[in-house]
Write a protein that binds this ligand. Sequence first.
Ligand SMILES: Cc1ncc(COP(=O)(O)O)c(C=O)c1O
Length: 391
Amino acid sequence: MLIRLAQLLHSRRDLFERFGEGLVEFGIRGLGLAAQRVAGAFARGPRGVSDVVGGYPHFGSLAVKGLEALDTADFARKIRAAFSPCCLGTWPTPLESHPVLAARTGVPELWIKREDRSSALYGGNKVRGLEFLFRDVGPGDVVVTIGGWGSTHCLATARHARALGAQAVLAQFPQGHSDSEARTSRASGSVARRTFAASSWTGFPLEWLQAWSLAGRLGRRVYIPGGGARPVAVLGHLLATLELAQQLSAPPDAIVTALGSGGTAAGILLGCSLLGWPTRVFGVRVASWLVANRWKVESLARRALRLMISRNVPLLHAPTSPPLSVVNGMGDGYGVPSAAGEAARAWGAEAGLEVDSTYTGKTIAALPDVARMGFTRVVYWHTYAAPGSDL
Ligand SMILES: Cc1ncc(COP(=O)(O)O)c(C=O)c1O
């Protein structure tokens, strides 16, 4: 039933998308004070955010004046100490300035946060969240997760699970075809214990059930949601933003990242909030608004903040409310190459970057618009790592 509804929505995408995005945006922003009160109620953790940090408890409209400078390295250590993530990545990831891509996109000062270089085993943005999601995973465990046919989340999950002595069972749903999707799909097929790839959306529930039941028979089952989008995983991306604060001498005007399941943008948003940065976070939406939207990003960020507070991580000052813009970069569908995205892949290649069709091509394609809006100091979050060979 749900699948049929999804299919119907998919086939009426243009109309529903605009209407739906409008509703989501209206629901969050348009209701003004009432919506903010509701958001505030949601934001109150077990002990009440405002009690702990002495400030406004959510990503509403109040900015806090007179912020102290954060000791970001110390703050990052406290987050790690409170959550004990495992160690999968090599930190910090580099921050590079890229005159070639800056010229192509028209952004006057462009930096690239090289999240693709997060691990020699397999990099990309997903490693950040997996460090937190895998903190109890060990030999004999079976990690089960879902993603599109060419999901880098599935590949990262399978490779890093194997490095910890665990196995991965994957359930995959249809997406658009591209060369990057095909390479990632082959790579995850070769490293996962088993991949159940549905050839249609109607077949997906059965594949998912088979994956779930096989994982249970093989060992202790550990479920990781699609994209790894859990509040605790958001903390990994928050740490990335704290790294950025050590790499730049002043806040950027904008940070631009792909928006899929939302954890990456949520971590960046939370990071900017806790740093007191006025930076605008752009999430370039590459999937349906049903899964990739402002509400999801803000909700993940709020829940991650509540988690930190529940573990007594001292925040030093009240969170502020950095602006978030969700822009539509999806084109004809999730994973379906777009003309703008493919042109941007070529720009990336000129700059020595590997860029994929599903996420990063479409995100780089949004940079000229960001420049036209007048943002001059911009960080582009490069989230895609090519599969390489199976190590
Ligand atoms: C290469 C790449 N970039 C960006 C994203 C989007 O990140 P998020 O799902 O955290 O929104 C994904 C998600 O799978 C990804 O694989």
